[in-house]
Design a protein around this ligand. Sequence first.
Ligand SMILES: N[C@@H](CCC(=O)N[C@@H](CS)C(=O)NCC(=O)O)C(=O)O
Length: 368
Amino acid sequence: MNMLVDGEWRTDALESTDDDGSFERQETTFRNEIRDDPDARFRPEAGRYHLYVSYACPWAHRTLVTRVLKGLEDAISVSVVDPYRDEDGWQFTPEKEGCTPDHVHGADFLRELYVRADPDATCRVTVPVLWDKQEDTIVNNESEEIMRMLDTEFGGILASEASEGSSVERSESDGVASRDVDLYPEGYRDEVDRIIDEIYEPINNGVYRAGFATKQEPYDEAVDDLFSALDHWDEVLADQRYLAGDRLTEADIAMFTTLVRFDNVYHTHFMCNVQYVREYDNLWPYLRDLYQTGVADRREGTPSERTSVAQTVNMDHIKEHYYTTHPDVNPNGIVARGPDLEFEAPHDRDELPGGPPSDLVGAASADD
Ligand SMILES: N[C@@H](CCC(=O)N[C@@H](CS)C(=O)NCC(=O)O)C(=O)O
């Protein structure tokens, strides 16, 4: 396994699969918080923070979806790494489609930023990374915590942007600023936390447990857990629009980034092939509903190109990453062709109670 040990890049560090063949995910290391509190070390400020992501990574993808739904595109900048990861870890290859330079330091490798933040770092070099340009360090590299911070701590920024002249104009023309989107609403919080926790092991991490298992038994266990959890949520979603009921929440974002990769990658590459998501009666329309959620373009009444969940999905990066980056799983690095999914097809989920927060819209409901 490739990781930093005392600030040095090592390609011979301990394995991530146990003796019994089960995949073990490592703990993340940078766990600071941005808080909307005058005494906090990291305070929400427009232009201060930067996100390092891979479009391929489901964990990083959670932060991108939250950033877009919250309207934080102008407040928090983003750099995108190359989807192909070799022995050198994540790298910046701006010449490649969909990738960017490291806008903050012009680094060649993501690991340089980890060492800059902690010269003695001993950890895996993972995305997402939330970087503080002011203190020149990593705030946090745990997706769930970053998602929560973007969701709950930046309300003041959006409100103040909206009260400035130019932002108000922008707000009226494309709905970017002053957005009423709370993805962790009062009254739903315990349920959202419970669901995020509940789906993590069998679903979000379950696909990896299946794909990286090196023995039959842990693979079987992972696949059983995964599909019983998917069956369960398919049933739940027959009567309610979202995982926590009638409101779109962070729990849906956590589920979305796994489901959207499922049929193209996990089904084949990770051998999660009991069933496709597109064969589920409710999970498949639910996935399309989330994919089509975005900010209303006020002229058209449909999600605008710039600010929708769809715009955060880069299937080319997703497929290239998984199929080419795990030689143990797919030694020849051939990228499986299909399936071609119609994420844009109508979903009829708007017939169920509830809907996206008031400033968001789903494409199918807008057509009605
Ligand atoms: N707990 C982390 C996990 C992030 C993670 O594992 N990211 C993967 C990409 S999908 C990564 O960067 N892996 C590189 C490595 O482990 O060397 C989170 O949720 O943010």
